[in-house]
Design a protein around this ligand. Sequence first.
Ligand code: G
Ligand code: MN
Length: 331
Amino acid sequence: SNLLFQYARKLQQALQRPYYINGHSLIVSCTFGITVYPSEAKTLEDLYRRSETALYAGKSIGTGTIQYLTHEMDTQFTRKIQLERSLFTALEDQSLYLAYQPIIELQSQAVKGFEALLRWNHTALGNIPPDEFIPLAEEASLITPINNWVIIEACEQLAKWQQTIDPELTMAINISPHQFQSDSFIRTLQHIVTERLVSPSSVTLEMTENIAILQTQRTVERMHLIKSLGFRLSIDDFGTGYSSLQYLSAFPIDELKIDKVFIDGLAKNDHALLDSIIQLGRNLELNLVAEGVETEHALTYLKTTDCQYMQGFIFSEPLSVQDVEKRFLTP
Ligand code: G
Ligand code: MN
């Protein structure tokens, strides 16, 4: 294999020189991905696919890299291909589904509503975290249909639960910065309003602070458009993203979801930032939801503050539709 490497180097040196074409000097760069036949690949297709895997891994290090296929690269790539292929049918076969985590009113402990969370239970590979499958869905151009499905599905579910559980229930839906900018997203919201799937005032769209990095004027206009359709807006994972606070008064938002890190701080009696965020939220007349509440200690403390709502394992994990109905549908 050392010989192979030397051979690749020589080829690279021969190819990587300036070419003079029409008075222009063009530099060619040359990156190698190497797979050995027949020990690492049995067929031409395999040889090609695996070399390409090594090539892209090499390119991510830098052009001009000579990269052998490693075992790790190979298993990672095979998993990726397998996941990507199943993603195309994941909506139909219902392996992609929504879980619903209750949002609780702190003082009364009553269920205010739910947050819809996208989950994927792959038939062969088990639970695949969103961090892994969302980028794949983006790559495979499946993210738009999936995003739209999430919104419609969550709204239809809310409409059912408003009839069977409580007419005041709300639903929170996560929106990515890219999705927020898309026209398809706005059309989906308009569809909900015109078809009267559910009252938009009971639907909260959650976006992270990263939304503020995008061109502000356009972002603000878009938020006003969403508000004019009647939906509510919330900043998710508040306190961990974009550091400027100035956007808070520029954005027409209704709610802050306080990131779990500030709740976790309570274990060390570290509540200065949490108190300040709650104060800030109240001064701006925003709803406040504490996220990731796991301990009795944190819950007890939160009850002494002006924060109105909480979400977390201490009350409930995200639940399936069946489990929500088992727990909250009283006959
Ligand atoms: O980014 P966002 O806040 O929407 O993500 C919520 C995620 O946090 C979900 O995946 C949910 O399952 C998880 N989660 C919810 N409550 C808790 C909790 O109390 N502890 C931990 N560790 N995770 C939680
Ligand atoms: Mn969220």
